[in-house]
Design a protein around this ligand. Structure first.
Ligand code: NDP
Length: 339
């Protein structure tokens, strides 16, 4: 058995959008598990928008990746060797493996997966993104039947969870997605009442007119995944006492100087005059709800009541390219790399 492993390291800090040269495929000697650890052979790796933030050397809610360090990320794999109680070779597990073929992790940071479910679902619909949609909608969206919800990146793992849960609760759901095909998937696969292609509009005013038509009673919940032009379009359409769970702002990841953005006075005024509840949240604060989430959502996924899409790239070496594409909307569904 080979004693080597591959990993994708951060070669350079990106300026704006990441480039292939910002990453490097490295071969190392494989670590041996110490007491309390398991050695995992990674089979599936999750690519998530938050990883763009980890590439910058700035203070945030989690540490940056060091230059030369392995790109951070969650993986699924099988246990090859275990020196941790409760794990035996062959177990299918998930943990923060990083972008790597193998990882040695403390058993306490690894979770066994239900073998009845496809392992990749632990990274998307039944993993961190699914939990984000579930927790955020209930805790900060406070949905009520008859209201209208708008969500961007609507066919991704977070947006599609939010849209489907809201629809099941009796809301009118409006998807914002990039391109005609994603709009079709939003309505046909995820049951949104309407879908708008944000890339078809050159400015916020024309996008706003399209959203207003799809949301004739105004917007009660704007689930913020994307910010940028979508946020600018949506704000004037918010209803009094509307809610905005601020989950992400991918249009502004990596580059745009938010501090100089002069949209702020108008947005701030809307928050005041519409008495909006704007709630930033990070899923790390809500992991205690993971068992309740799984109990509620896993049976719905198994029964086909919650749909999900996965976009699977093949091979660790394709991870940088798939990640770069995802940040620009190149993914259709949860972006995964199969090793
Ligand atoms: P997705 O798989 O949906 O991928 C990101 C999508 O963002 C792209 O496919 C693209 O979709 C859309 N996008 C990219 N650029 C723009 C743009 N300029 N304007 C509008 N849309 C754009 O991602 P996830 O579902 O994993 O994550 C969605 C959001 O949730 C992200 O912002 C992420 O950072 C955030 N998040 C936050 C968490 C938290 O704890 N707060 C936890 C998990 C995720 P399209 O082609 O449809 O435009």
């Amino acid at each position: 058995m080979s004693n080597t492993m591959s990993r994708i390291a951060l070669a350079r800090r990106p300026q704006g959008a990441p480039l292939p040269e910002d990453f490097k495929l490295v071969t190392d000697v494989r670590a041996t598990p110490q007491d309390g650890e398991v050695l995992i052979e990674v089979t599936h790796l999750s690519l998530d928008p938050y990883m763009r933030g980890r590439m910058d050397d700035v203070k945030s809610y989690a540490p940056s990746v060091d230059l030369g360090g392995t790109m951070t990320g969650q993986g699924v794999g099988r246990v090859l060797d275990s020196k941790a109680g409760g794990f035996v070779p062959g177990d299918i597990v998930t943990g923060m493996t990083g972008w790597a073929s193998h990882a040695c992790l403390p058993g306490a940071e690894v979770r066994k997966l239900d073998p009845a479910l496809p392992p990749s679902t632990a990274l998307g619909v039944l993993g961190m993104p699914g939990l984000t949609g579930w927790v955020g909608l209930h805790t900060y969206g406070k949905p009520k039947a008859g209201e209208t919800l708008v969500v961007g990146a609507a066919t991704g793992p977070v947006g599609s969870m939010v849209g489907q849960l809201a629809k099941q609760l009796g809301l009118r759901t409006v998807a914002i997605a990039g391109g005609a095909e994603k709009c079709r998937l939003a309505t046909e696969t995820f049951g949104f009442d309407a879908a708008i292609d944000h890339r078809a509009y050159d400015d916020a005013a024309s996008l706003r007119a399209a959203i207003a038509e799809a949301a004739p009673n105004g917007i009660d919940i704007y689930w913020e995944n994307v910010a940028g032009q979508v946020l600018e379009a949506v704000m004037p359409l918010m209803n009094v006492h509307g809610r905005i769970p601020v989950c992400g702002m991918i249009a502004w990841y990596g580059g745009a100087n938010i501090a100089d953005n002069n949209q702020l006075p108008g947005i701030w005024r809307s928050i005041l005059v519409k008495r909006l509840q704007v709630s930033g949240f990070i899923i790390f604060d809500h992991w205690d709800q993971y068992p309740a989430f799984l109990k509620d959502v896993a049976p719905k996924v198994a029964a086909g009541e919650i749909a999900y899409l996965e976009d699977v790239a093949a091979g660790l070496d394709t991870a940088p390219e798939a990640f770069i594409a995802m940040l620009k909307g190149g993914n259709t569904g949860k972006q995964i790399v199969k090793l």
